[in-house]
Write a protein of this length. Structure first.
Length: 246
């Protein structure tokens, strides 16, 4: 199992900014994607579907065996002691990065930061499927206000970065206290891909230009339109788009 990478502030190449979401429920389906895409992307996101279906250790082991790095998207959201234990376990798996929900609170985020080992620890802010109206209903404030609050709390807690919509990137970039945070952004859709269930979206070029450190991309790669080709063709096309604005 590869040693977890330490935090760096820049990524060396456009392809390393691409995180592919493995939104499948079988290891064999994930295996085909990892094997073909590992040379062309920077990281693979293991989410709740695959974790629940086969178990996080098994899924992480498969990615490592095929030469990939792992973003463990467990969205830990519990009391600080439980988040600390989960973070320590994630770090023990040798993952490249993992996340905790910012709404678990500053103490839980600090617990994650203290137990992250060599992994990159991120705070999930407001999910990209949630509209501004939805944010008001859930959090009592518009998404912009909650993302900014959560980002500041994550920075104070010692986390390495946040997960946010690309739409929040411009105003986050204007806050010097948040400059060191990684901004990992789902809700990225190339012009040639369907928007799906993401609401606050940007193209890869727009997101990187706005300050995204890395992009989480699922179906535009894993279920690439036939006009683009297969997953590898889609990943290469997105890397080219990222390179055009760097």
């Amino acid at each position: 199992m590869p040693e977890a990478a330490r935090m760096t502030r820049t990524l060396p190449s456009p392809k390393d900014r691409i995180i592919v979401a493995l939104d499948v429920d079988r290891l064999e389906d994930a295996r085909a994607l990892i094997k073909s895409l590992a040379p062309h992307v920077g990281c693979f996101k293991i989410g709740l579907e695959l974790m629940t279906a086969v178990g996080a250790p098994q899924a992480v082991r498969l990615v490592h065996e095929l030469g990939g790095r792992v973003f463990l998207d467990g969205k830990f959201d519990d009391i600080p002691n439980t988040v600390a234990g989960a973070s320590k376990s994630a770090a023990g798996l040798g993952v490249y990065m993992f996340n905790v929900h910012a709404c678990a609170g500053p103490e839980a985020m600090a617990a994650a930061a203290k137990n992250k080992g060599g992994a990159i620890a991120l705070a999930v802010t407001v999910l990209t499927s949630i509209s501004d109206e939805g944010s008001r209903a859930i959090f009592g404030a518009p998404s912009r206000d909650k993302v900014l609050q959560f980002a500041r709390e994550a920075a104070r807690a010692g986390l390495d970065g946040i997960v946010c919509s690309p739409q929040e990137l411009p105003f986050l970039a204007s806050d010097p206290d948040l400059a060191a945070l990684w901004k990992v952004t789902p809700g990225v859709r190339p012009e040639w891909a369907a928007t799906g269930d993401q609401r606050r979206v940007m193209t890869p070029a727009e997101a990187v230009r706005a300050g995204a450190t890395a992009l989480v991309v699922g179906r535009p790669i894993t279920a690439a339109p036939s006009s683009i080709g297969g997953p590898v063709d889609a990943a290469k096309k997105i890397a080219e788009e990222i390179a055009s604005v760097l």
